[in-house]
Every structure is written in C-alpha cells, then in structure tokens.
Design a protein around this ligand. Sequence first.
Ligand code: ADP
Length: 305
Amino acid sequence: MEVKIFCPATVANVSCGFDVLGLCLDTAGDEMLVERTMQPGVRIKEITGANLPLDTAQNVAGVAATALVEKLHPPYGFDITIHKKIKAGSGLGSSAASAAGAVFAVNHLVGNPLTPKELVHYAMQGEKLASGAAHADNVAPALLGGFTLVRSYEPLDIIEIPAPENLYVAIIHPHIEVRTKDARAVLKDRIDFKKAVIQTANLAGLISGLYTADFDLIGRSLHDVLVEPLRAHLIPHFSFIKKAALDAGALGAGISGSGPSVFALAKGNEAAGKAAGAMAQVLEGTGIDYEIHVSNINPVGIKIV
Ligand code: ADP
C-alpha cells in the first residue's frame, strides 16, 4: 500500500562525458514516501527540507509520476511525500532524484510492470519541467545505479557501465547558486575539431578504464577540454579545489553536472576522504559555506528502505 525509498544524488557529465555520462551516489540522497490511494490522480502531500511547489504539475515528482500513470492507467492514485536532503540547483541531480523516485515508487506499487530501464523515459518527463529538456544523464544513474551512458535519445539507448568496486567519489557542494540556465549560456555552438578528438579519446579511455578496473587509466582520462574551461569561472576557487583534490591523491576531479558541486574520483574510501578534506580546506575562511560527501558508487540506484 505504500513504499518508502532512498532517492540517490547523482553526478552527471563526469568530466569527459558531457551530457552523456552519469554516476550514482550512495551516501547522499532524498527520502520519499509514496502511498497508494483509492482516489485517482497524483498528489504531492508534503515536502520537508526545501521550499518546492506542492502543485503536481509544478513538481518534477508529480510530473514524472503522472506520465507513468497515464501509461499504466492503474485503478488507484498516489500521494507523495518528499524529504529533500539534496538542494535544488546543487549540481547533484536534485530534480532527478525526485523524478526517478516517483516513477520507481509508482511502478513498485502497481506490481513492477516496467523495468528500471523502461522507467527512464517517464522520469525524463520530470526533468523536462526542471530544465526545459527531457535529459536522462541524472535519472538514468538514479534508476539503474553505477555509471550510465546515454548513447542515444532517439531511440532511447541507455548503457549500464560497471564500476570497479573500490572506486569512490568525493563531493564538495559550495553553497552558492549556479543557475543551470547560466551554465548553459556559456557553452558555444561550435567546438574545436582537435578538442573534440581529445574529448572522444578521453571518454573512450574512461569507459575502458571502468570496464577493466584500471584506476590509472581512469585518472588519465578524467579531463574535460570542452566544457570545464568555459564553466570553471562560475565556481569560485574551482581551480584550487580541483588542484587540492589531485594533490591529495584523487584520480581526477571536475564539475558535477552544471555545478556548483565539484566531484573527485579516488581509489578507496580513505583516499576519497582525503580528497574531500583537501577540497574543504580551500573554502575554509572564504566565507562560502559548503558540505562534503564521500561515497562509493551505488551499484543499484534507488533503494526501498
Ligand atoms: P540539480 O542541478 O541539483 O539537479 P536542477 O537545476 O536540475 O537541480 O533542478 C532544480 C529545479 O527543479 C528547480 O527550479 C526546482 O524548483 C525544480 N523542482 C521542481 N520539483 C522539484 C523537486 N521535487 N526536487 C527538486 N527540484 C524540483
């Protein structure tokens, strides 16, 4: 009759995988309770931890759940309660966590007619509300876990990529606002041919490193020559934060989604902890509040709790 779930935060782009790659976190995320009701329709009953719209049509969870209900036509309705822990606009897939959580829960409460991969399409409808584009780079890792590659949208083709067991993520979330709109506005319509070749080589290297658990190759490949140079100035102290993570032993670091969060990948929990501490040190005394997260790669995505 009801299901309580953990809706994980996600890191999109992952340096060289702009708009196509994403990974799922395990220690950062929202909680959601979805109740099956006799009254048809989808309602947002309560939201704690953030000031977000309760109007079903204005909340990504409501929009995504409605898209799935219109497909499945179940003989019930759904009441959604969201406990927000990931702030909207953090670059950690806050809207995706809600959209993915909503479709996961509705599907569960009607007997799981769709696979997690089939749910991606419906969760994307929520993302369309948040950013104007029905993108999958956060909802796919939230629903499937691990690393995911959005190989194509038409047709939708999501590839699950295995992550080495000992691969960890360090995150720093500076409490400043980077509007997705602004982060999109700095992008250019055309890209340099030579840079495109470098980016392609690094993306292929990263994917290969993930499959073969080659940590050195993962580190050598974590470079973004296309987008990071255009966006770095939107995040105060970005180059120092990144350098601190690398100096502390991280394999690589970059902007999480469209920022302001910065992620670093590391071999092992301890190394990730050191990277997180080093990144935090950069913001100490700057007057910018922040929070840090250290997580393994969540292999399953959304979890029933
Ligand atoms: P992030 O980069 O952290 O994923 P987004 O920019 O994708 O954040 O999404 C935030 C936008 O989505 C905000 O405008 C917010 O008001 C809107 N929104 C609507 N419903 C939700 C929800 N349930 N959770 C988070 N954001 C939501």
